[in-house]
Design a protein around this ligand. Structure first.
Ligand SMILES: Cc1cc2nc3c(=O)[nH]c(=O)nc-3n(C[C@H](O)[C@H](O)[C@H](O)COP(=O)(O)O)c2cc1C
Length: 395
């Protein structure tokens, strides 16, 4: 019998009906229950951050001379001691298995197959051990710093033992985001089974069938720390008390002391936080506003990226996420100083639209888009993009 996420999809799979993020998003919307789609798609408070992220990227302009000699392109990058086929990976998205059954397994398998990193969330519906096995060295582990010392130590021990080389500590969630759509949908942890939500599930038979096979999504990495038979309505308070600890420089230093692998700090938008990450001895940072899910009034992230990469790009790996939806967006992030990009929602749209085939399709779609932009601009390597920045759009 096939295991969830087992390699069954040819690595060059591409469905021409979905050549960009918009087609994937609209198909995913028609296949996911509305509460799950809203959870994926939504932003915090007024949701202005979502449009800001897109608008900031939109203003970036690229150009390069056409009458120059073209070199053989190579889109691969060396990052944290490993070669990746493209300068992008899959961002950590919690509860992916709620949005589409077995989404973490599907995406981790596709990432391994096409040699890009898959970042597993602490609050994923798949355990860190399962994903390490599926991803064969291509998974990174995202860490929400637990408040309870023993839990923190044990998760770090398990991550090291499972073979993760890269730990991504997220620092931009000192509190849960206030997301109006989730509030209206009664989407808590776990989702409330209201009549409205039940009707939405019944209207999405492929999702429902997949869910019946995959089983109810649970935060598998965290299960060992939950008291046995924790009632559903106490899960949120367990999370608040045990897992969602806020992070400061001291707690990062403690993690740095025990974590032998590469350390990446995710959720940086301010120079002093980037300075602190360098001082602590991090190997990389992710300039990110969590896809506009936490603060609706943050700085222009492209401006942050340019400043931070100018100051620290020679010392530390600078990765970018938030608002990337295409190969062109990735090219823009690279032109503004990032060495690598992560895509969050786009990959879940891919799996929502195409199920098992969605991971490989989305990687190939992005790869083709990125190859076209690179060739158009005469960029043989991802590191050539800063030379193509015509206008950052930052005033
Ligand atoms: C539904 C959802 C859940 C997320 N869960 C996590 C998480 O568990 N850990 C984390 O570090 N970031 C999480 N993120 C943020 C992503 O890692 C990433 O920063 C963001 O999605 C990038 O923006 P994009 O979706 O526009 O690409 C989540 C994002 C979404 C959309």
């Amino acid at each position: 019998m096939k295991q969830p996420g087992e390699r069954t999809i040819p690595s060059d799979y591409f469905d021409p009906r979905y050549p960009n993020g918009e087609y994937l998003q609209s198909k995913a919307k028609s296949r996911m229950p509305m509460f799950a789609f809203d959870y994926l798609n939504g932003g915090c408070i007024d949701e202005r951050g979502l449009t800001d992220n897109r608008a900031n990227l939109k203003r970036v302009r690229l150009n390069s001379p056409l009458l120059k000699r073209r070199c053989q392109p190579d889109y691969s990058v060396n990052l944290f001691g490993k070669r990746y086929r493209y300068p992008f990976g899959v961002a950590p998205v919690g509860l992916q298995g709620l949005m589409w059954p077995d989404a973490p397994e599907i995406l981790a398998r596709a990432a391994a197959d096409l040699e890009i990193p898959y970042v597993l969330s602490t609050v994923s519906s798949a355990s860190l051990e399962t994903i390490a096995e599926i991803a064969q060295g291509y998974a990174w582990f995202q860490f929400y710093n637990p408040t309870v010392e023993d839990v923190r130590a044990d998760i770090l021990r398990r991550a090291a033992q499972a073979g993760y080389d890269v730990l991504v500590v997220t620092v931009d969630v000192p509190t849960f985001g206030y997301r109006p759509k989730d509030i209206r949908n009664g989407l808590s942890m776990p989702p409330k089974m209201t009549w409205r939500n039940i009707l939405q599930m019944l209207a999405r038979p492929a999702w429902l069938l997949g869910m019946a096979k995959a089983g109810k999504p649970e935060m598998k990495t965290l299960l060992p720390y939950m008291p046995p038979n924790t009632p559903a309505d106490e899960l949120q308070s367990f999370m608040n008390k045990t897992v969602m600890g806020s992070v400061d420089a001291d707690s990062l230093r403690k993690i740095r002391d025990v974590w032998q692998g590469k350390l990446v700090i995710k959720g940086i938008s301010r120079m002093e936080d980037a300075d602190a990450a360098v001082e602590i001895g991090a190997d990389g940072i992710v300039v990110s506003n969590h896809g506009a899910r936490q603060l609706d009034a943050g700085p222009n992230l492209i401006e942050s990226l340019i400043g931070i990469s100018e100051k620290h790009g020679g010392t530390i790996e600078v990765i970018y996420d938030s608002g990337l939806y295409s190969g062109t967006d990735l090219a823009k992030a690279l032109a503004c100083g990032a060495g690598f990009g992560l895509f969050g929602r786009l990959f879940v749209y891919g799996v929502g639209a195409l199920g098992q085939r969605g991971g490989v399709h989305t990687i190939n779609m992005l790869g083709s888009q990125f190859a076209q932009v690179s060739q158009q601009l005469g960029c043989a390597n991802p590191s050539d993009f800063p030379g193509c920045l015509a206008d950052s759009g930052v005033r």
